[in-house]
Design a protein around this ligand. Structure first.
Ligand code: GLA
Length: 728
């Protein structure tokens, strides 16, 4: 049983394979956090709660004239504004008279097997035998506002999926000013925090910082999860490493603005929380209505970051990604973006496809530029009609030609955007996000469509449906190339303008659901100027996301390393591109570009026809190698063996099959040294007693993990190799 309830003490214990999470409704009904960490079965940890009579701590009147109870310092599960808790609170509402305090107390609870979906929102899914859910209802002491905390325990993954409902039964309307999805107060400040910030083409750089007095917040206000911060943070023991120590990953299944923070308090406790960014968020809740937050997922790694990441990978791969391509092998693709940019016609595309097909590539993806008046990025967005000057005769003849050489065909869209120089804008200037009486802010010379509007979504659905059903299209790249600014919807009344950021995302999810269920065989890849919306919300709709517009193999080492803390390799879009690389100017060997792109969805983004015969032969071998290792890479356990941000000399990582019979070591010697010292890589995740063969050597798993393997000396910059390890 994963949920154990001590009704007498009102202690709720959530148990996963290796962890325990515990909370208690105390005698006043305050929901107090007791414990989170390695499994501690059979004990109520209420002895850890200390009461103080503390100066400046507000006490509720139901404690009588005593002074030793205050939400100012108690470790809480979900704290409310106006309750006497001065830390950052998780929920705030405003009543019609302008008052805005809530004093949330335990009201009731229920448990059930399995997990209920979240209406209109992406979420982890599980069968009745895979999960158990506890719902604790809190009620405001002075009004009929209810807050339902949902904890879905997924024992196999050491995961707890949380979300919150705010219910208004007050008889009047109120405004939800903030409602985070998960919060917990840890009983110490002896922690570090991992964050994953960056910028365009430099996404998800892992940074480790000590939590300190005050608050460390990572946030997006861009209307997208963003390149700049990822909705994922990890609190960890100061001693935690890849394979030791406890860490707590908190991931938000959402694609818009968010906040995530670690805040230490006066009693040296650490509050960890994640949810919708409360900036510019105000949700009007009529009597009888419920506001449902998006879902957040806690995974506790009891054996270091690696154990946490592998659980996130399995959970998101198996219980978040959906559809045909959750398990079907994805086609190896060639994308024309870096090969042609906007300058192509059907002949040029066909030549790229034909050449690639000879080498084993399975799908051509036609990127930006095929529609409307789209010669560059100044115009055309919104006009999703084939540009027949570029593609003579329309889409179908090209697709049929590509299909006739045995290749699939994929296409690029950027549905959420509009160019001012487009027929769509000329017809519907009010369809973009902008404020009355103000000029909008341009970014990449484009504006954002108001996805909260049903008419906008209907137009996009009709256009996407028409294009996708006009030819045999196997793949869609769904792009989004700017951050929102000046966010206002012309259709909503003044008091609902604080809902637009969230309504945009709900509208986007609705459109994705509609179009993807109409085309269940189409593979969708998410993209936002690379990895600007690389988040679990998007993974619910797209099983893969273009990881970064930076396709340089050496830069990708760090980007893919950071991404791997939360996201499975099977979700990371990665391609071999031309050298000198278009983003950095760096020249890397073709083999290295292949090794790095193989730790992702794998494909090419260049004109293979421009390669030498020798290089073409190498591409053929790369494709066969990727196919050979596909299952190991896509479904195997992932081990980070070095941190490329700290170690500039080499990077190593490994995949191990679930049965531990096969492994693949990947190694990039980033910078060579004169007279190099021996470089030994210690493998991980093998069975210590099994005998393995690697490069002609026969060694036990113990020898390979404790002793390691000696890497050959490789001369020249940026060399790479792969080694297969097989059980004998
Ligand atoms: C974004 C994407 C690229 C490419 C261009 C096209 O930047 O990340 O891969 O599709 O848009 O404009």
């Amino acid at each position: 049983m994963s949920i154990v309830i001590d009704n007498e003490k009102r202690v709720f214990t959530l148990r996963t394979k290796n962890t325990t999470y515990q909370m208690m409704a105390d005698e006043l009904g305050g929901l107090v956090h007791l414990y989170y960490g390695s499994a501690v079965d059979g004990c109520a940890m209420d002895h850890l709660v200390q009461r103080y009579s503390m100066s400046f701590a507000p006490c509720p009147t139901d404690i009588g004239m005593l002074r030793n109870y205050s939400f100012d310092y108690l470790p809480l599960e979900y704290s409310s504004w106006g309750s006497g808790d001065y830390r950052t609170t998780a929920v705030k509402v405003t009543f019609p008279d302008g008052s805005n305090a809530l004093d949330l107390r335990y009201d009731s609870h229920k448990t059930f097997k399995g997990k209920t979906p979240l209406a209109g929102l992406p979420a982890v899914y599980a069968d009745e035998d895979e999960a158990e859910t506890l719902e604790i209802t809190l009620k405001d002491r002075f009004s009929e506002v209810y807050v339902v905390l949902s904890y879905c325990v997924l024992p196999e993954f050491d995961a707890i999926a949380r979300s919150v409902k705010v219910i208004n039964r007050t008889g009047a309307e109120l405004v939800v000013n903030s409602a985070l999805s998960a919060m917990a107060d840890f009983r110490s400040d002896e922690y570090d925090l991992l964050t994953f910030g960056g910028r365009w083409a430099r996404e998800r750089n892992m940074e480790r910082i000590p939590v300190h007095n005050g608050k460390i917040a990572v946030e997006s206000r861009r209307g997208a999860s963003s390149h700049h911060q990822n909705p994922f943070i990890v609190l960890c023991d100061k001693t935690a490493t890849e394979d030791q120590g406890c860490c707590y990953g908190l991931s938000f299944i959402y694609s818009g603005s968010f906040t995530a923070f670690a805040e230490t308090d006066q009693m040296d406790q650490t509050r960890l929380a994640i949810g919708l960014n409360p900036d510019n968020f105000n949700w009007k809740l009529d009597d009888g209505e419920t506001f449902q937050t998006p879902e957040a997922v806690f995974v506790c790694g009891t054996e270091g970051f690696g154990s946490m990441s592998r659980n996130f990978h399995k959970l998101y791969r198996e219980h978040l990604c959906r559809g045909k391509y959750k398990h079907a092998r994805r086609p190896i693709l060639i994308n024309n973006w870096e090969a042609t940019y906007f300058k192509f016609d059907e002949e040029k595309l066909f030549r790229i496809a034909e050449q690639a097909q000879k080498l084993g590539v399975e799908m051509l993806v036609m990127d930006d530029g095929w529609f409307g008046k789209r010669e560059n990025d100044h115009s055309g967005l919104g006009d999703w009609f084939v540009n027949e000057q570029k593609l003579k005769g329309g889409l179908n003849p090209l697709v049929e030609r590509i299909n006739s050489i045995g290749m699939k065909f994929g296409i690029w869209f950027e549905p959420e955007m509009i160019s001012e120089d487009s027929d769509l804008y000329r017809a519907h200037p009010d369809w973009c996000l902008h404020m009355p009486g103000r000029e909008p802010l341009r970014s990449r010379i484009q504006l954002t469509l108001d996805m909260s509007r049903a008419d906008v979504r209907d137009y996009l659905y009709e256009r996407l449906y028409s294009i996708l059903s006009s030819a045999n299209i196997a793949y869609v790249k769904w792009d989004m190339n700017r951050s929102m600014a000046v966010v206002y919807s012309m259709l909503l009344p003044a008091e609902k303008q604080g809902e637009v950021y969230h309504r945009y995302i709900l509208g986007l999810y609705e459109l994705l659901e509609r179009i993807e269920s109409a085309f269940p065989d189409v593979l969708f890849e998410g993209c936002s100027g690379g990895g600007g919306r690389f988040d679990p919300g998007m993974l619910y709709y797209h099983p893969q996301i273009w990881c970064s517009d930076d396709s340089d193999a050496i830069e990708r080492l760090e980007i893919q390393y950071g991404t791997s803390f939360c996201y499975p390799v099977s979700t990371m879009g990665a391609h071999v591109s031309a050298v000198p690389n278009h983003q950095t100017g760096r020249v890397t060997p073709l083999n290295t570009r292949g090794v790095v792109a193989m730790s992702g969805t794998f494909g090419y983004e260049m004109d293979l026809g421009k390669m030498t015969e020798e290089e073409k032969e190498e591409v053929k071998v790369q494709i066969e190698t990727f196919k050979k290792y596909y299952d190991l890479i896509s479904y195997g356990d992932y081990y980070r063996l070095s941190n490329p941000a700290e170690n500039h000399r080499y990077t190593a990582w490994e995949f191990v099959s679930e049965d531990k019979k096969r492994a693949l070591l990947n190694y990039v010697s980033v910078l060579p040294q004169a007279n190099p010292a021996p470089r030994i890589i210690k493998l991980r995740g093998l069975d210590p007693d099994t005998c393995y063969e690697v490069e002609g050597l026969k060694l036990t798993g113990a020898a390979l993990m404790q002793g390691g393997i000696l890497m050959p000396v490789m001369s020249g910059d940026h060399q790479a190799l792969q080694m297969e390890i097989r059980a004998l």
